[in-house]
Every structure is written in C-alpha cells, then in structure tokens.
Design a protein around this ligand. Structure first.
Ligand code: TPP
Length: 296
C-alpha cells in the first residue's frame, strides 16, 4: 500500500509546482512534446548527478516513449494514482526508473522537488521501481525479465473484468535475453491479449557491452511474430512514429502488439550516447553542466 500521507501531501504540493501537466490542455503539437522530452532529460541527469549514482543511459533512451505514453496515450489521473480505470504502465527495465520518476513528477503525481531525493534513505524514490511507496508505480521492478509476465497477468485480469483499460510494458533489449520474457511472450500470443502493448527500447547496449556481442536477441521481429504478436518497428526517438505506433496498437484485434523501438543509449547527451560507461554511472559536476548545456 502507498503511504497515503505522503501521497496526499505530494498531490497537494504537486498541483502547485508541476509545470508540464498534460491536463493543462497544452502540449498538442510534437514540438511541445519535444520540449517536454528535453525537460525530462534535464530532470534525469540532474537527479542522477545529485544522487551520485543511477542509470542515465537507459533512462535517456526511453524518454520519447515515456513522454508519448504519459502525455498523449495513457488514460490516467495524477491526483488519483490508483484510479481503477487507469491504463497500466509497467516499467520492466526497472533500473531506468529515473525517466519514470521525471514523467510522474512533471505530470503532478508528486512534487518535482522530490526528484532531489533520488536514492536517499527514507525517500520514496529508490534506485529501482518500488510499487509499495511511490505513487504511480504499478510494479516493483529491477530484476530484469519479470515485467512482461506481470503485464500478461494484468492484461488477463483486465479481460476477466471486461475492463476497457489497457496494459503497456516497457522492456529493454537486454531483457529479451531472459527466458522468462519468452514464456510471457508465448502466453500473451496464445491468449491473444490485444489489450497488451509491449515496447522494446532497443538501444543495443546492456550493462557491459553491446547486446549483439553478449547475447544477440535478434531477430526480435521474427521471434515475436512467431509467438503470435503483431510487430511494429520504429525509430524510438521520432515522436510521430512513437505516437502512431502506440495508437495503431490500440486498434489491433486478436493479438498483442510489440513496438520495437530503435533507440540510442544516452540519447541527447553527446558524451553519453552509445557509451556503455554511462549505463550505470552518474555524471560528475562538470559533466552535468555540459549535459545541461546540451539539453538547454
Ligand atoms: C535478472 C537480472 N540480471 C542482471 C541484472 C543487472 N543489470 C542491471 S541493468 C542490466 C542490463 C541493462 O541493459 P538493458 O537490459 O538492455 O537495459 P538498457 O540498455 O535499456 O538500460 C543488468 C544486466 C538485473 N538487474 N536483473
């Protein structure tokens, strides 16, 4: 259960402090959304630098996907994180939770100033996603490979309840090396879960090197197709393609959809892009300054 005192207090403060809440009726164009993406990237590098640890690379690669979802696609209510009709977003790649914290804060789930508490003792913003304590987090994640299974169970529950909400799961390409991912993929195909959309943030890099060298999970498209999925391949930093794919997935019947999003690890910060070093390392003060200049 959430700590209601924190959530209620956070919501009151969030309404006063958040500048980027989609409910304000702005952000209609992709230019507006691109500005949101830049702000989210600034939030990510700043909070990780302040914490002195964290995962910038895989957070930055997922920004357009998360922004498209939270600003344009998901049905959700920041003031009521457990609203029963909300779409469920499952962050399976739980180490990339800074991108989700930034989106949730900018949306008003809790005050932006909470981002400064990332990874601190007693903060509800821990280094991996924690369903118990953070408003808006659907699943505790960080042990890679579990999120698609959780999403399949959630989608089956939604079907049993004849619910209209949908399930969205964000996976990494490293996670596609986990056997559990494919057990989940097999069941989603067999159960024809058309209320489930998975997105693979295919940035090509994992913890210590390139995915293709460590355990090549390609060809992902053919694999998912053979498990009964509808597959859409896109450039995961092109907001138009991301939004089109997410909307198209809502119309597909009798099959789950996976969006394979080609992305760049560390996207937006020159010295982090495609640099495995910044998978799990905080920028120092000088690097933060450089990153914020590039993201201005
Ligand atoms: C089951 C499991 N094994 C190992 C780890 C340690 N670990 C953390 S992140 C990571 C790989 C990150 O690469 P990827 O999954 O592709 O994520 P992204 O590139 O999007 O950050 C690993 C191996 C883990 N979190 N869970």
């Amino acid at each position: 259960m959430y700590n209601n005192a924190i959530v209620n207090d956070s919501n009151n403060q969030a309404n006063k402090t958040s500048a980027l809440n989609a409910n304000a009726g702005v952000f209609s164009s992709n230019e507006d959304l691109a500005a949101v993406c830049k702000k989210i990237r600034r939030d990510i590098v700043t909070m990780i630098a302040k914490a002195g640890s964290g995962h910038p690379g895989g957070s930055l690669s997922a920004v357009e996907i998360v922004v498209a979802l939270y600003w344009k696609v998901l049905r959700h209510k920041p003031a009521d994180p457990v609203w029963k009709d909300r779409d469920r977003f499952i962050l399976s790649k739980g180490h990339a939770v800074p991108v989700l914290y930034a989106a949730l804060a900018e949306q008003g789930y809790f005050p932006l100033k909470e981002l400064d508490t990332l990874r601190k003792i007693d903060s509800f913003l821990q280094g991996h996603a924690d369903h118990c304590c953070t408003p808006g987090i659907e699943m505790s994640s960080g042990s890679l490979g579990q999120g698609l299974s959780f999403s399949v169970g959630t989608a089956l529950a939604g079907r049993l309840d004849k619910a209209s909400w949908r399930v969205y799961a964000l996976l990494s390409d490293g996670e596609c090396e986990e056997g559990q991912t494919w057990e989940a993929a097999m069941s989603a195909g067999m159960f024809k879960l058309d209320n489930l959309t998975a997105i693979v943030d295919k940035n090509g890099i994992q913890l210590s090197g390139f995915t293709k060298d460590i355990m090549n999970s390609d060809p992902l498209t053919k694999k998912f197709e053979s498990f009964g999925w509808n597959v859409i391949e896109i450039d995961g930093h092109d907001l138009t393609q991301v939004l089109d794919a997410l909307k198209k997935a809502q119309t597909v019947k009798g099959q789950p959809t996976v969006i394979i999003a080609r992305t760049v690890k560390g996207k937006g910060v020159s010295f982090m892009e495609n640099n495995v070093e910044f998978h799990g390392k905080a920028p120092n003060a000088e690097q933060l300054e450089k990153a914020l200049k590039e993201l201005a």
